[in-house]
Design a protein around this ligand. Sequence first.
Ligand code: RIB
Length: 300
Amino acid sequence: MKILNFGSCNIDYVYNIEHIVKPGETETTDKLEVFPGGKGLNQSVAIARAGTKVYHAGCIGSDAEILLDTFKTSGVDTSYIKQVDAKNGHAIIQVSSQGENSIFLHPGSNHMITNDFTDEVLGGFEKDDIILLQNEINNIDYIVDKVWKKGMIIALNPSPFNEKLKNLDFNKITYLILNEIEGCEITGESSAEQILLNLKNSYPQLKVVLTLGEKGCVYMDKNSQYYQPIFKTEVVDTTAAGDTFTGYFISEISKGTQYKDAIKIASCASAVTVSGKGAAPSIPTEEEVRKAFNYLREEQ
Ligand code: RIB
């Protein structure tokens, strides 16, 4: 079984500021750092650092050397990455002194996925291979329809949520890894319990992981529901915490790990990420996660 992640790659411009800028406010920051990022890239890096082979597909710009280096040093297969004549997608990220972030994106090359390129990539995959998707590239509907017809297993992290996703047929999805905000948008419900109930009734085939920030996460499928608390750690920068969780979860599922252990490992990996700076650079290796189990404790 192969894993394909068809997703975004961003250059992240990270500004450290006392608090996230409010409408009408101007703040000065004396620090700008540039990191490899993008939900797609981060999730591929997490899968590879978790020790699982992953193919990343997507479009990068002419300014994307930092991203290619990251893929290569992390062990991600780049055979399906296409360089296009455009600027790479980028993110402007504010990180507050509390470690919270606020992000806006310019998609650039991430929105240059054509049907022909999609068909070319999917030619390398078959029934029962896993495809992981987020919502920072164009052409998601087309990709989902094609891979569904091929019998591939679709894992979706519907992030960032927008109107485009409302047209997606969630009956075709097997794994849905989402946060509460995305859950509210998809179901129209406002509490975690109602979101889960709604998803279970509407899409009984789904295996859902609902992440609840500091409150942990819940796994749910049609027969079971299981709660996992967070691992306590010092918060430096929450960027890519969700991506690390998703990447580690998919890696574990592909190895046949049971869901309880899969979300425990993903939670621990994600705690390591929030204790480091930047998106991709803070994603731990399998070995670092193994060590973290010795010093991080689950919140009771
Ligand atoms: O999830 C974190 C990522 O979101 C950042 O790396 C940024 O590029 C945005 O896509």
